[in-house]
Design a binder for this molecule. Structure first.
Ligand SMILES: CC(C)(COP(=O)(O)OP(=O)(O)OC[C@H]1O[C@@H](n2cnc3c(N)ncnc32)[C@H](O)[C@@H]1OP(=O)(O)O)[C@@H](O)C(=O)NCCC(=O)NCCS
Length: 179
């Protein structure tokens, strides 16, 4: 059964859209739920595993997990956190921001990032946001592939945005007509 209830969210619409091959890769054991303060250690470990630079500190992560203007969604299986997506909201703005998307190396290639992204979009829509934006390192081909495949389009860039002075590409997806 590949339909899971996740704090009131259902992934079924998204899963119905996934190609059969990708669906087969996403184990039915994977659950996506909202992150909790008790996930802090595991999320910090994931952050350190996945990002070589521009890492979030323990303090920043703790603040995000407690913040009313942020939602962290974690993908879990067998008690382990496999990945996380963090979405930020601003008062009086209909634009949400995907602040972080990360999947532990041993779980990549199974559609987990794509599932987290779809969940992030549902959450943004529930906050009445009309679009979701993100920044991605210009050389991050894996992530860019995930975003393009999910319907994001490039609309700008920030020069020397990252600690390695790499440029960020800005991507956006309109959510209002997405069901
Ligand atoms: C990028 C990332 C989130 C993808 O997670 P994932 O769960 O493997 O993503 P999915 O399984 O949904 O899709 C991965 C796709 O990208 C492809 N891919 C992965 N690395 C790639 C690369 N270097 N170049 C091109 N494509 C790549 C895979 O082949 C796969 O495509 P396929 O299904 O057609 O085979 C994960 O690798 C990650 O956490 N990377 C480090 C952190 C990061 O870069 N986060 C994004 C910051 S903006």
């Amino acid at each position: 059964m590949l339909v899971r209830r996740l704090h009131g969210w259902r992934l079924c619409g998204y899963l119905q859209q996934m190609r059969t091959s990708r669906l087969a890769k996403l184990s039915h054991q994977v659950q996506i739920r909202r992150g909790k303060p008790t996930d802090l250690d595991a999320l910090l470990e994931l952050e350190n595993q996945v990002f070589a630079t521009d890492r979030m500190s323990r303090r920043s992560l703790r603040r995000l997990l407690a913040s009313e203007s942020a939602v962290a969604m974690v993908a879990r299986a067998h008690g382990a956190i496999m990945g996380v997506a963090i979405v930020l909201f601003r008062a009086n703005s209909q634009v949400a921001r995907l602040y972080s998307l990360a999947v532990a190396p041993k779980y990549t290639g199974r559609g987990i990032a794509s599932a987290l992204l779809a969940t992030a979009e549902k959450i943004a829509r529930s906050h009445k946001c009309r679009s979701l934006r993100l920044e991605v390192h210009e050389r991050n081909r894996g992530a860019i592939k995930v975003y393009r495949r999910a319907g994001y389009h490039e609309f700008g860039s920030y020069r020397h945005y990252y600690q390695d002075r790499g440029h960020a590409l800005r991507f956006e997806k309109q959510l209002s007509d997405v069901r």
